[in-house]
Design a protein around this ligand. Structure first.
Ligand code: ATP
Ligand code: MG
Length: 352
């Protein structure tokens, strides 16, 4: 299979973890006989320094013309005071690619249970994924108003049925190839958008008789997430609820460095990035954890290229490397081998 990938290393540890992911993709290409054509482009702070814009036109064009986009991380203290900031580039890129579905797996890896601030027997076996609506809802709906005196303000929460249908469909598709359960999170006791959301979930469910469905109010879901994280499979929810709950859930594994994400559109290229930021405190030290970036590349293989076997091979290699005791500093707690970014990538590569 031949695929075009636009590579945006970005800032801070972005380029370091990206290097690792590209090495692993090379390994996949060789072992399975694929050709991944990569084009590296400037993005974020690096692009601001170069041309004044965090998302230069040639970068955007390359992204739109590719089959998938891999992103490291953007931002850093040197641009914090700027009017034009690296993060604006990311918001614009998401909008331009129309990526409406944000997928965030939350997984506690065997052997890493002790990193979680929650009791290890509680998080053991947790393995679920958020499907968050990313382009609609209260963050973007119009009107947004503020009166002249500044004493009254309005935000609007709007969803069209089409917007809800496409995200809910995504969740069911995923659940049918995972553990077969969808938890739909809403606030249907007070919100009209949530009532419509529930109806759409129930009617979509009819097409997936093998998928079990539960509805959960967002306040209760916030509690259940940390009291019984292993009970979830696919959690589908609207933009703001997903924003809040997915950050809450990020504490379950106890490490930012191992968590991937994907943002998908209907038929255009998907955007794949680790959930961590540019981690300026460790940039250039060669100790960043490449696992979040590498697992994001595995998500790209699965969701944009439909290369399931290949995605699983990468995930298995990561799993086995962690089980063999290799640890970058962020996940090292006294046992196993303290390893650099480079060594971690080598070990994963060896197990492919
Ligand atoms: P942003 O504002 O871009 O979200 P942030 O400062 O909120 O960034 P991160 O940069 O993601 O958050 O990370 C916070 C801290 O976690 C970092 O300073 C770093 O010490 C640690 N960290 C994050 N990602 C990694 C990684 N891949 N490997 C090792 N440590 C990491
Ligand atoms: Mg942050």
């Amino acid at each position: 299979m031949e695929k075009k990938i636009t590579v945006l290393p970005g800032d801070g540890i972005g380029p370091e973890v990206m290097k690792g992911a590209l090495e692993i993709l090379d390994g996949v290409a060789t072992r399975f006989g694929h050709a991944f054509h990569t084009t590296v482009k400037k993005f974020g702070g690096a692009a601001i320094d170069h041309s004044g814009s965090p998302l230069p036109e040639d970068t955007l064009l390359a992204c739109k013309q590719s089959d998938a986009v891999l992103l490291g991380a953007v931002g850093g203290p040197q641009w914090d005071g700027n009017i034009v900031r690296p993060e604006h580039g990311l918001l614009r890129l998401r909008k331009e690619l129309n990526v409406f579905a944000n997928l965030r797996p939350v997984q506690v890896f065997p052997g890493l249970e002790n990193l979680s601030p929650l009791k290890s027997n509680r998080v053991k076996g947790a393995d679920f994924i958020f499907v968050r609506e990313l382009t609609g809802g209260i963050y973007f709906s119009q009107p947004k108003t503020r009166d002249k005196e500044g004493k009254n303000a309005t935000d609007t929460l709007f969803y069209s049925s089409e917007e809800v249908e496409r995200i809910v469909e995504k969740a069911f598709e995923l659940a049918s190839v995972r553990k077969g359960k969808v938890t739909s999170v809403d606030k249907a006791n007070v919100l009209e958008t949530s009532k419509m959301w529930r109806e759409i979930v129930d009617s979509t469910a009819k097409k997936y008789p093998n998928v079990q469905v539960e509805h959960m109010l967002v306040d209760y879901a916030a509690m259940r997430l940390i009291s019984e994280p292993s009970k979830f499979d696919v959690i589908v929810t609207e933009n703001m609820f997903g924003d809040i709950l997915s950050d809450e859930a990020a504490v379950i594994p106890g490490s930012l460095g191992v968590m991937p994400s994907a943002s998908l559109s209907g038929n255009g290229p998907g955007l794949y990035e680790p959930i961590h930021g540019s981690a300026p405190d460790i940039a250039g030290k060669g100790e960043a954890n490449p696992v979040g970036m590498i697992l994001s590349a595995a998500m790209m293989l699965r969701h944009s290229f439909q290369l399931e076997k290949e995605a699983e091979a990468v995930e298995r290699a990561v799993f086995e490397t962690l089980q063999a005791g290799y640890r970058t500093r962020d996940i090292y707690s006294g046992t196993g081998y303290l390893t650099s970014t480079k060594e971690m990538v080598n070990q994963i590569h060896l197990r492919m």
